[in-house]
Ligand binder design. Structure first.
Ligand SMILES: NC(=O)c1ccc[n+]([C@@H]2O[C@H](COP(=O)([O-])OP(=O)(O)OC[C@H]3O[C@@H](n4cnc5c(N)ncnc54)[C@H](O)[C@@H]3O)[C@@H](O)[C@H]2O)c1
Length: 673
């Protein structure tokens, strides 16, 4: 094979590495359950063995079979490198081009014990979101990245490195897709079989795009959501924050762990239920949640103390969210803002803990094939109760919003038909809004504001400081209140100690803002003020994602069922030379419910990259604003008018002629008579 494949794992795998010793205290993924037939099992084994020289197959077959039978996946644990995995400074990586080294920093950061949810299983966050499927893929991807030149592109199919192909410097260095199932098989069941067989990977959003930067990535969005929910629903003026208001939610995991920090930055008192003690400890150790208790009386007394002082505070309740809400209902406690961030997009796969079970008991039950139906029934019962408690609290004046975790969809699937908006099915959404539908969509995405981010690849704190200052100088804080929020955010970012893992920063920006900051950073790289920088974003953004229950929840022209925008965004980014482009199925809402894409752009200081910034960065966001404008969203129409004037002669977006609602309704009614 060496003769036909110069980049291979033969040298690394002359001898089989010793079995992996798992470090104590590092969270492990639960068993995903084993569902394959005998014939499928044979294929799954042969699939995993394709990466390994044949002389080792006999030794590996029983081991891989054991992983598959007990965990429902082949992780090839033995091949995990023994040394600590973390995003090292870029110069410590081997490579033939800056991008090849930069993506190794990103991959390793996504698998850092400090950052990843289940690092041994390559899960970065969101219960099932993975960098790739197994440690053999990890090794081979790194080999390719070490070898890659600026004239090549690495193609990845659901974590599998298909190969390095000839391209050109202005083409992407990495094109990755995850879990893009054929329509007929685009459902949870068939996807699970495909993942077990080793042909699908759940990239979710930034895990499979290697762009996760720890919970900081979400803090800014959560801060924006809470602040704007308060402005809209609690009538808080734009120059004030949430001091004196209580926010209750659940989850202290990958993304949900951002809630306490965001609530505090927004001035609120927040209580967050979490069943897994280890996740509470992680957030508490990081200083992201201030107080921990398993006693509800104590929890609410502490909250009351800080609400009375009008001081921000964050509290973790070790227990089930349903118990917490029951207590609030029983004691008539007022909660102005309520949400939920359990992993309901994977509700039966471990994402949602039934009431009455400890975290450990749910893990045991999840892994027991004979108890699958009983487990699902318990989940459904808890979801129904959860919904009825929320309903009671909303009837008493609370504002509840779905946090894009498919909670309301899960409630619907659990048999609560009254949660459906049209009373028939879930296709028109639910009786409670999603945070995008009411808040993020109209107030942020429709203008193009979204989760722009960067990583200082040198690993130097000073570089991050310099980029924070440079970005702040690019913001005109007097333009809109959103700009003022973003300005305040970046001004205080260092003080708020947001970094977990690599030296990274998130900053919501619109299309123009992103371009301006990117050009400034590239100039700083060019003149040697800072080392190379990776730009990227969450897929949870204006342009990259079609997801009717989340990112595109406020698209009302019927096109919310289409995935044209995400696909065009991805293709347009490739055409314009982003360094990495990703397209995934599922995102944060689950298989078949979203198509989402993202990018990475390595700033090397060159003029070439300046040109990419000017076209690709603009396209990546404005495509979303353009689509939202065509869906007749008012803030997008205004943004597009400004854009069309500014780029007159160079670029133009089609604007809609707006119909008179009354006239249309009248004429349609007559015709229906
Ligand atoms: N934060 C955001 O901006 C954002 C945006 C979109 C979607 N989401 C969604 O939010 C969900 C959470 O994401 P994550 O990365 O934190 O996932 P995660 O799986 O890391 O965390 C969820 C946490 O909820 C806990 N949990 C489950 N059931 C519980 C219960 N009944 N009571 C109390 N705690 C319970 C789990 O132990 C886990 O720690 C996902 O579905 C994600 O797609 C978040």
């Amino acid at each position: 094979m060496k003769e036909f494949m110069t980049i291979n794992l033969e040298e690394d795998l002359k001898e089989l590495p010793p079995p992996l010793v798992f470090e104590k205290g590092i969270r492990r993924a639960p068993s995903r359950g084993f569902r394959l037939t005998e014939a499928q099992t044979q294929i799954a084994l042969k699939n995993a063995l394709r990466y390994v020289p044949s002389q080792h197959h006999e030794a590996l077959i029983p081991e891989f079979l054991e992983e598959l039978f007990t965990l429902g996946r082949i992780y090839a644990y033995r091949f995990r490198p023994k040394e600590r995995i973390y995003g090292k400074p870029i110069d410590e990586y081997k490579g033939n081009c800056v991008e090849g080294k930069a993506f190794q920093v990103m991959i390793d950061n996504n698998l850092d014990f400090e950052v990843a949810l289940y690092p041994y299983e390559l899960v970065t966050y969101g219960e099932t979101a993975r960098v790739c499927q197994n440690w053999l893929q990890y090794r081979l991807i790194k080999k390719y990245l070490e070898n890659m030149t600026q004239d090549q592109t690495l193609a990845l199919f659901s974590g599998h490195p298909l190969g390095l192909f000839t391209s050109r410097p202005n083409a992407p260095r990495v094109i990755t897709t995850n879990a893009l199932m054929i329509g007929m098989f685009d459902n949870m069941h068939d996807w699970e079989i495909a993942e077990e067989m080793g042909v699908a990977n759940y990239g979710q959003m930034t895990a499979g795009g290697w762009m996760y930067i720890g919970p900081q990535g979400i803090v800014h969005g959560t801060y924006n959501t809470l602040l704007n929910a308060g402005r809209q629903e609690l009538k808080i003026p734009v120059d004030k924050d949430l001091r004196g208001f209580l926010f209750v939610s659940s989850g202290l995991g990958g993304m949900s762990g951002a809630q306490p920090k965001a609530a505090e930055i927004a001035g609120a008192v927040g209580i967050f239920a979490e069943v897994d003690k280890s996740r509470i400890e992680t957030r508490n150790k990081q200083g992201w949640v201030a107080y921990v208790s398993g006693d509800l009386k104590e929890v609410f007394a502490k909250a009351e103390e800080y609400l009375a002082k009008k001081e921000p505070y964050s509290i973790a309740y070790h227990g089930n969210i349903v118990d917490l809400l029951q207590y609030a209902v029983d004691h008539n406690i007022k909660i102005p803002l309520i949400s939920d961030q359990t992993s309901c997009h994977a509700v039966y796969e471990g994402g949602y803990c039934p009431q009455g079970l400890t975290f450990e008991e749910r893990t045991a039950m999840l892994g027991d094939k004979s108890k699958r139906d009983e487990f699902a029934a318990k989940i459904n019962e808890t979801l129904r109760k959860h919904f009825s408690l929320i309903k009671t609290l909303c009837d008493r004046g609370s504002y509840f919003f779905d946090y894009g975790n498919s909670f309301l969809k899960a409630v619907y699937d659990a048999g609560v038909k009254e949660v459906s908006k049209n009373g028939r099915d879930e296709k028109d959404g639910f009786v409670y809004p999603s945070y995008v539908e009411d808040i993020m969509g109209p107030l942020l995405f429709d203008y193009g504001y979204g989760p722009f981010r960067w990583i200082c690849l040198s690993g130097k704190k000073e570089d991050l400081h310099k980029t924070d200052e440079a970005a702040m100088a690019c913001i005109d804080k007097d333009r809109r209140y959103q700009d003022l929020d973003n300005y305040n955010w970046i001004r205080d970012a260092e003080k708020n100690k947001l970094v977990v893992g690599t030296q990274a920063r998130i900053l919501y920006q619109d299309a123009e803002g992103r371009v301006k900051i990117a050009l400034k950073f590239n100039e700083l790289v060019r003149n040697g003020t800072i080392g190379p920088v990776m730009l990227g974003r969450d897929h949870h953004d204006t342009g990259g994602t079609d997801s009717p229950f989340r990112e595109t929840a406020n698209i009302k022209d019927g096109s919310n069922v289409m995935a044209d925008m995400a696909t065009q965004c991805f293709a347009g980014n490739a055409a314009r030379g982003m360094s990495l482009i990703a397209l995934h199925n599922g995102g944060g809402v689950g298989i078949g419910k979203a198509i989402n894409g993202g990018f990475g752009l390595v700033l090397d200081g060159s003029q070439r990259v300046d040109e990419i910034i000017k076209s690709a960065m603009l396209w990546d966001t404005i495509v979303g604003v353009a689509r939202r404008n065509w869906a007749c969203n008012p803030n997008s129409i205004e943004t597009v008018k400004e854009y069309n004037k500014r780029y007159s002669g160079k670029s133009q977006i089609t604007l809609p002629y707006l119909a008179d609602d009354k006239l249309v309704a009248e004429k349609v009614r007559e015709r229906f008579k």
